[in-house]
Design a protein around this ligand. Sequence first.
Ligand code: GLN
Ligand code: ZN
Length: 767
Amino acid sequence: MQAHNLGFPRIGAQRELKFALERYWRGEIDREALEAEGRSLRAAHWKRQQAAGLDRIPVGDFSFYDQVLDHSAMFGVVPERFGWDGGEVDLDLYFRMARGRAPSGAPAAACEMTKWFDTNYHYLVPEVVRGQRFALSSRRLFDEVAEAAALGIPFKPVLIGPLTWLWLAKTRGEPFDRLELLDDLLAVYSEVLDELARLGAEWVQIDEPALVLDLPPAWKQAYESAYHRLQSAPVELMLTTYFGALEDNLGLALSLPTAGIHIDLVRAPGQLEAVLDRLPPYKQLSLGLVDGRNVWRTDLDAALGVLEVAAGRIGAERLWVGPSCSLLHVPVDLAPEQALDEELRSWLAFAVQKLDEVVLLRRALVEGREAVAEALEAARAALASRRNSPRIHRPEVAERLDGIDETMLSRRHPYPERRPLQRARLDLPLFPTTTIGSFPQTAEIRQARRDFLEGRLAEADYRARMHEEIAHVVRKQEECGLDMLVHGEPERNDMVEYFGERLEGFAITRFGWVQSYGSRCVKPPIIFGDVARPGPMTVDWIRYAQSLTERPVKGMLTGPVTMLNWSFVRDDQPRARTCAQIALALRDEVLDLEAAGIKAIQIDEAALREGLPLRRAEWKEYLDWAVRAFRLTASGVRDETQIHTHMCYSEFNDIIESIAEMDADVITIETSRSHMELLDAFVDFEYPNEIGPGVYDIHSPNVPTVDEMVALMQLAAERIPAERLWVNPDCGLKTRGWAEVEPALRNLVEAARRLRAEFALSRAGGV
Ligand code: GLN
Ligand code: ZN
């Protein structure tokens, strides 16, 4: 039996890769220095895995930006706008594709980025055109394999499979069926596999997570023909599936002529039986038993039980054991987290600890449980302490949860009755203007937060600094002429972490970084126990902001679903239950804000849509509890208190009914780049409440003109009655500078004024 890994975090325990990349992009180090940093990180990661005792170590999991983009570069799939001449895709071309610019070469629009399956990792979407050519155009993977071989690493190259890569690709120009490209694509895959064999690879891990999705019949057929074609490659293929159950693709996946198959038994433990029943006798089976998506220590007894069953059925010689998926999605190492208490730490395993678990499982199976008795006992003790800890199980939270009744899930009256009360109280004009919450987070603000955190700034001084900033933001908004103001969120490092730090049941790590995209990392909080709110989290700041102005200031909270989706979530109770606990805590915050005289409260649900399960059959259940959690958060307020929500995306077609069921009085969304087309979902469905379709694209440094914004709102007004429209940017302004934000907001207010005049006129004159 073999112990293997599917992928190791590439960013480095101290985020070395992030810092090297950013230095390179700023021109502070040269290409050779960046390459050297890459080599040294790879070597360190391989050696660490070798020292852990793994039999096969992934190579090709490293990337200077993104593994999907690496494949596009390897295949020579470079969009025309980058002016590529067909040679080797070099590092700067690669970075231009990733981020639009690089130290050399002309800037061009970067490739689109989107989430990798249901993770919070973003990949760069391959762009293919009709008649797309493929040619081996990067030797990076081969160089890395040679590097690993030279270091004596028992390497296993990792590739994204042809169907998954093609599935993730988008067509540009004339529409066509991308399966037309499969044959030519496979020719390159054959070349790659030949070269890997020549470099001494025995096994190649070929990732096909698309096999856990709902696939159209043509794609299922394409899997068959593709893998029959790759069958002749002079290497053994480990067809690797993860993030879910194979379900209707199970027979297909098992029948493909690959020497092995990997299945995810963390997300889909139930599929083992069927796989064992139908596994062809020639095939090796890799069991993903250590969670690659979460931070909990493995229940080794249970995992071992599964391995023993499998070994009993097919023999240990045909078995591999590994993490469920690449460890890219978990932080690197628990060891430096000395600020977490020992008990909590004993419940956790990051990438390095997970490797030990994988190797331990192999030893226990091969040498017997006695050989690792001590380690098993330690794991058992940690598990028992987690099961029984009073820090995790709070009877008062359970009681409150059980006490939720339907009246807590609805506002007192429906929107049409709430509307006049809110309008009267808020005194808003037609086309009211507002922003999404954050204002530019300047270097000084970040420094002040750091100084406070690290004890260099006393609490009173810190508050004074933040008050100064809030006053500045309020004054600026008044000067620009906005109707509904915000406090600007200067006190927030991150919209989830800020609340995680203030809620019980959440732990914040110091170094628990996970790559989000390129050099960007996030540090998700860990929800380990029942969630409770020791006291108000935002009220003082908002109350202060409101004390400075006559205009209404919006309270600003991150919603329960977003908090859940952007955290590591406990695995000992359903996600829905954890979400409801967060909702109850936030409900109290909403009520405290209302009691403090705040007339409008925004509950951001930036991540509601991205939490959709991979399989459509599971959508309804998710949407039901997600909407319920939002309603639980929002519904305690009086009719005249206006509830806003914000979602920074645009594809609502599939979920518009659920969005309406959230029953927010106002929803602000991202629309500026799609020319209001996405509003069509709201029209077809006759969305009943108010909408602020973003007219200022905050992802770009450009200042939108009054005309542009008026034109966008006119398009919106063709679809939604003007009485229900708001004028606002499409997301928070924290990543922008004041030099852009101020003129953009002045233009935005001017656009609203023009619209008011125009619509008042059209009404009076019946135009
Ligand atoms: N209120 C948050 C902000 O303005 C919303 C951020 C988001 O949607 N991602 O920054
Ligand atoms: Zn947003």
